[in-house]
Design a binder for this molecule. Sequence first.
Ligand code: ATR
Length: 273
Amino acid sequence: MTDRYAVFGNPVVHSKSPQIHAAFACQTGQDLDYGLVEAPLGGFADALADFVTAGGRGCNITVPFKIDAFEAATETRPGAEQAGASNCLKLQDGRIIAENFDGIGLLKDIEQNLSTPLAGKRVLLLGAGGATRGVLVPFLSASPAQVTIANRTASKAADLAQGFSAHGPIEGIGYNALAGQAFDIVVNGTSASLNGDRLPLPDGLFAPGALAYEMVYAKGLTPFLNQARAGGVTNLADGVGMLVEQAAEAFAWWRGIRPETAAVIRDITVPLT
Ligand code: ATR
């Protein structure tokens, strides 16, 4: 029988996950069906229960249900535990096992696909919400010189840094404290670009040869990427590679076979223009 998987979100109709997992299934010869579930706001647990009853084997979770998914789990794995949220569930023999592959997906995209190892680098994460929280442990595990979190609400950045200080060198500050500092890797994990908002980034923020990475994808040159380009950055990326890499981790966890990602990233990339 064909195994069922799905991505849960609201809205979810524009998700690329069905296309990505269909490509992985084709490439690896796995018999699976991967669909979309638009759960009503406040209705994640019921929608998940229906999916389990219908024989669902696993799901990905996108906005706004990552915390609901974590709370619905009967077991949590370290990635989900550290993020306090889950983007991937395995449904097995009545168990709901929660993981989170966003952080490892971003790390793999930056280190392997974009050939930018974090070791020894000064890394800046913009924003102190769930998107940033989920990448802190994978980033600190990659031995950067320093991870700095900058956030509009400086206290949230400081609290987040404090909570992860056992994992490596990390600080949390407000945007005004960025003046005079330069970074090798700058990742935008705020939701500012989705609203077309510019961030208050000081001149000189990007070190020579820096990578500017926008976590959202398929939005073209966002305000953040435009700011980076104006600051002399030529190494610009959006989150398409992160999306495909986290999907590959999920696929490998569910199916026990690791798909190739490069061709899939190529197929769904929207040029940064
Ligand atoms: P997510 O879970 O997707 O990360 P979130 O928890 O709502 O979403 O966090 C959104 C992040 O974007 C926050 O860091 C927020 O800053 P505040 O903590 O100060 O609210 C940041 N953000 C959103 N809009 C912004 C803007 N216009 N300028 C600067 N930061 C913004």
